[in-house]
Design a protein around this ligand. Structure first.
Ligand code: CO
Length: 454
């Protein structure tokens, strides 16, 4: 879209937001819902859950005025467009007024929902229902402290990257691995995009993207493994419940746990390297040992950019964003002080300091698109994945041998039955506890990383 079209697009977003809001809070819909809920004895357990979840969404919508929804839609589109222009110039002052407006609108939304203990909880609820600031703050603090300790042990250890390889040979490798994962060609696509993502168009049409970098021979593969984890979740949702809560992903955090599981816990393991090494040799025409591959995929170094961060430092980027957005919503931090606050937290948690706002406070799309309360789901995804993984390993004793041979079906079935098919029948933390028989902690994640970087 040409940049001059962003105003008209914002107006269209606003109109769509008004229409969908009206439909959601219409009396016909509310009456039909109430009638169904009152006939509980005739309903299956799944339908009771579906109704409970839909009613939760309707209640939230009813508390929020249409004018607020409309402003959020319009200003999110305008701020996003402004960010696209201002980011290459690193010019925070160009986006600051619109970002201030989005934060004010998010605070206004939270003020409409007094049933939440804290304003920030009302925003968390959009992305990770049932999670609160009171739970996250100590969980993330402990996580950050442990990660800082791990990182200090790792200072200065860095190995050489693999030699460059052509885009076409990397494509061959990616397609090879997807074939071993039985990624179904009749129900999916793999394409190229500037920022890798997964999207489901409808049942039987789940798409993933990646990007190729000649100088980094494995980065496209790891993006594919990440998006594959998201795609597998979508493809395994309950077929009989399409479009309903029981047939929808549990939460963004659980979604991210599935992508991280394939990208990191599987993809960066020794067993996976045993499988991958002959494929790399054949497709990329590189001779490298299993040990070299393992080192390559497990480079650990504090850096400025979240999306390029390794397993140890990634969650620190999230803790920083959580602290900042929580303060913005509580009014303890002002937009004009945000870049400085960002830089000093990077110094504190990662020991690095951005030289400009492009690589600092302006690097991510989320805040500039009105998504506040979203970031914690990434770190939760890491924690969920590690706790699940501990349990999966105990449940499938032959897992390493299977992965080393490129046999992934036992793991895929396990995830389908225990995680994917459940949908929204449970909240995220209840799902993790039901599977692993333990409440969520950061310990399995820390243990996993500590073993890995010995
Ligand atoms: Co993801």
């Amino acid at each position: 879209m040409p940049s001059a079209g962003s105003g008209a697009r914002a107006a269209q977003f606003e109109l769509m937001a008004r229409y969908s809001h009206r439909a959601m809070i219409s009396s016909e819909f509310a009456d039909a819902l109430a009638e169904l809920i009152n006939s509980t004895e005739n309903l299956s357990t799944d339908d009771q859950i579906n109704l409970r979840e839909i009613q939760r969404q309707v209640k939230r919508a009813q508390a929020i005025p249409e004018s607020l929804r409309a402003e959020q839609a319009r200003f999110s589109a305008l701020c996003h467009a402004a960010w696209i222009e201002a980011r290459p110039q690193s010019d925070f002052s160009k986006v600051a007024p619109l970002l201030r407006k989005l934060v004010d609108l998010a605070r206004a939304e939270a003020a409409c929902l007094p049933e939440f203990q804290q304003p920030y909880d009302a925003l968390l609820d959009i992305y990770e229902a049932g999670t609160t600031t009171a739970e996250l703050a100590p969980l993330f603090e402990e996580l950050a402290n442990n990660l800082t300790q791990l990182l200090s042990k790792f200072k200065g250890k860095k190995s050489q990257l693999l030699p460059s390889s052509s885009v076409s040979s990397q494509q061959k490798l990616v397609e090879n691995v997807l074939a071993d994962l039985h990624f179904p060609k009749t129900a999916s696509r793999l394409d190229v995009a500037a920022h890798p993502f997964m999207t489901t168009i409808g049942r039987g049409d789940t798409r993933i993207t990646t990007r190729y970098d000649q100088t980094n021979s494995l980065s496209a593969l790891y993006s594919v493994l990440h998006e594959y984890g998201h795609a597998l979740y979508e493809m395994n949702l309950d077929e009989d419940q399409v479009g309903l809560p029981c047939g929808s992903a549990c939460s963004l955090g659980i979604h991210e746990s599935q992508s991280r599981l394939w990208e990191n816990l599987v993809g960066r393991s020794f067993a996976f390297m045993q499988y991958l090494q002959p494929k790399v040799t054949a497709a990329l025409n590189l001779s490298c040992s299993i040990e070299e591959l393992l080192q390559n995929a497990n480079q650990i170094e504090a850096s400025l950019i979240r999306v390029e961060a390794d397993e140890v430092t990634y969650s620190q980027h999230i803790v920083i964003r959580f602290l900042l957005e929580e303060q913005l919503i509580n009014g303890r931090l002002q937009i004009e002080d945000l870049p400085e606050a960002w830089n000093s937290l990077y110094q504190k948690y990662l020991g690095v300091k951005p030289q400009n706002n492009r690589d600092g406070v302006m690097q991510d799309i989320h805040w500039y698109s009105g998504m506040i309360g979203y970031f914690p789901t990434y770190a939760l995804g890491n924690l969920y994945a590690a706790q699940l993984w501990q349990h999966v390993r105990a449940s499938i004793p032959q897992l390493d041998q299977q992965i080393a041979k490129g046999e992934f079906s036992t793991l895929q079935s396990y995830l389908k039955e225990n995680v994917h098919k459940v949908g929204m029948r449970m909240h995220a933390k209840d799902l993790i506890e039901a599977i692993t028989k333990k409440p969520l902690t950061s310990q399995p994640f820390i243990d996993y990383l500590a073993t890995k970087i010995q």
